[in-house]
Structure formats: C-alpha cells, structure tokens
Design a protein around this ligand. Structure first.
Ligand code: PBG
Length: 331
C-alpha cells in the first residue's frame, strides 16, 4: 500500500475534525452551565468581606453580597450555589455549638438567599471546621478526632441547615456513619425531601490550602486531617466509601479534589452510575487562575479543565470558575 493508493489510509480521523460544525456534531461530551455549582464564602465580620489573597478573583461576601451573587448565578443559568462561612473567631469554641445555631451566619445567608432567589438550589457544608477553635472537622479530645460524638453535632447542624431552607446538604467531614445518622434525623424531623450530596471520597489534600485561608481556618488548624480524610494513595477505598454512603442514604456523591483524582471519578461513575460530582478545589483554582493571570497559559484552560470532569463521568462540578465559565459558555 502506498500513499497514492485510493484506500490509504484506512481511517481518516481528521475528516471529522475539519470544521467546527463537524467537531460539534461528533463531540462525545459537553459542558453546560447546568453542570456547575458555585461555591461562595460568606462573612459578617467587619472588614472581612474582602478578596482572598490566594484565590485571585474570589472575595468573601456579606450576606447581602451572597444574595446578589445568587441573583447573578440565576441570571447566568447556574443551578446551584454552595455556602462556606468565615466565622467570627470569637464564636469558635472546642464544642462548636455555633454550628447548629439557627441564627448562625450560614443559616441566615440560606434564608436570605431562598427568600430572594427561591429557584436557586442552595447547598451547605456540614462539618465543624468553621466553628471549631482547633480548625478540625470533628470534635477533638486529647488530640483525637471523636467520630460518634462528632456525628451527634453534625446531625444537629444538618437539621438547622434543613430548617433554614437548604436544598442540598454537603457533609464534608469524613466521619464514619454520618450519612445514615443525618438521613434518619431528616426523615424523623419532617425534612424527607432534603438531599444529601456526600463528600464520599475526600482525600487529605494540600490543594485545600487557599480555602482554609478563605474561611479563616489556616491559622487555627492543629495538625492535619489525615486520620479522617483519605490517603491519596487509595483507589479501592474510594469505591467502598461511596458504596457505604449510598447504602446509608446519600442521593449524590462527590470526589474531592478534582483534577488529580479524575481516575476516581471515572471509577465511581462506572461502578455505581449515580449522580457523581467533583470539587475542583481552591488549590486547583489558584493554580489555573494564577497561571492565566500571569499569561503563562490561556484562559481556555478553564473550560478544558471543566470538560475533563464530564469526560471522567461527572454529572457536575463545584468550581470557583462557575460565573466565568458560565459567561464563556454563553459565548
Ligand atoms: C472542610 C472543607 C474543606 C473544603 C471544603 N470543605 C477543607 C478541608 O477539608 O480542610 C475545601 C474546598 C476547597 O479547597 O476549595 N469541611
């Protein structure tokens, strides 16, 4: 066979790449604004509603600011936002009771957003770190993170969030058994339609650094989170955790961080076929945004990185790029 032979080469893959129309026609995966969840940082600490230095383009917002952001999200077609509170350090204790205060910052923001923009889905974070004097996601005694005692606190917290009007609860704490306990309490307390998006496969990652700056937990954290968050070396364990959380009543599951864990996303989707989400976390955002702002890579890396999650099997992505991505997708 020679290049002049009419049948050479056997397959011309480039035929279908010749024009944008043909490329669109055969695209295997698409990214839509409807796949995005936008994480927001909320504060009522005077002067703290300011840009987060390690996350260029991201600011902490007042409650009023989160309502405006929710309105913007709705206008852009983003279906959901997710709230993370930057709590007044004076309210942080070792017992974390502010976490289930019906009037805490996060619950006030949920109510304000649901009143102003009822159509937007509001997700909340269920973990003690924003309220914990030692920065951990669980209660600590003698340097040990207590599993079962923490679950009692998380259940109270979850019920307060459901009562405030949260549509999606996002337990990000990695205690064992919290999904079942929360699900039972929600059923018993008249919140049977509140959904749980479990942070099922959450790895102990250095990519969370800028987030801890944003919520004011960096200085407070004593030690690390390796006794409850997953070892980045593990893959089978992620599937066991997803199976466990689904059996306990999770509606959706998450893999976190995102880009370094795309293999886990694909494994989860293949194994369970359930609504699967990835969190493109603060450090991933900082890395991409920093390089974009320096002109080292083009802004196109944003949509390319988000499309990768769809290709890996994710139904949606939590990303700080959500509003920028929505605008880019709108053309
Ligand atoms: C903690 C929580 C973290 C994130 C979401 N919830 C940080 C951590 O586990 O220390 C990280 C999100 C991000 O880095 O963007 N409950």
């Amino acid at each position: 066979m020679t290049p002049t032979d009419a049948s050479f080469p056997a397959a011309r893959f480039r035929r279908l790449r010749r024009t944008q129309a043909l490329r669109d026609l055969v695209a295997e995966h698409r990214l839509s604004v409807k796949d995005l969840i936008w994480p927001l940082f909320v504060t009522d600490v005077a002067g703290a509603d300011a840009p987060v230095a390690s996350m260029p383009g991201v600011s902490r917002l007042t409650v009023e600011g989160t309502v405006r952001a929710a309105e913007e999200a709705a206008k852009l077609g983003i279906p959901a936002i997710c709230l993370f509170p930057y709590t007044d350090p004076a309210l942080k204790t070792e017992t974390c009771e502010e976490a289930w205060n019906p009037e805490n910052l996060s619950n006030r923001a949920v109510r304000a957003i649901k009143a102003a923009v009822p159509e937007i889905a509001v997700m909340t974070d269920v973990a003690l770190d924003p309220y914990n004097a030692n920065g951990h996601d669980g209660l600590v005694r003698d340097g040990v993170i207590l599993n079962d005692e923490t679950i009692e606190a998380l259940v109270r917290m979850a019920l307060a969030q459901a009562e405030a009007g949260a549509d999606i609860l996002g337990p990000s704490d990695m205690m064992d058994g919290r999904i079942g306990a929360m699900r039972r309490a929600l059923e018993a307390d008249g919140h049977k339609d509140v959904t749980i998006l479990s942070y099922a496969a959450k790895f102990a990652s250095a990519f969370y650094g800028p987030f801890r700056d944003a919520v004011g937990a960096s200085g407070a954290l004593k030690g690390d989170k390796k006794t409850y968050q997953m070892n980045p070396a593990n893959r089978d364990e992620a599937l066991r955790l997803v199976a466990r959380d689904l059996s306990e009543g999770a509606d959706m599951v998450m893999v976190k961080p995102g880009m370094p864990y795309l293999d886990i996303c694909r494994d989860v989707k293949n194994a369970f076929g359930v609504p699967t989400y990835a969190y493109q976390v603060s450090g991933e955002y900082a890395m991409l945004k920093g390089a974009i702002l320096n002109g080292w890579v083009k802004e196109e890396v944003m949509l390319e990185s988000l499309l990768a999650f769809r290709r890996a099997g994710c139904d949606g992505i939590l990303t700080y790029f959500a509003p920028d991505a929505a605008r880019a997708l709108a053309g």
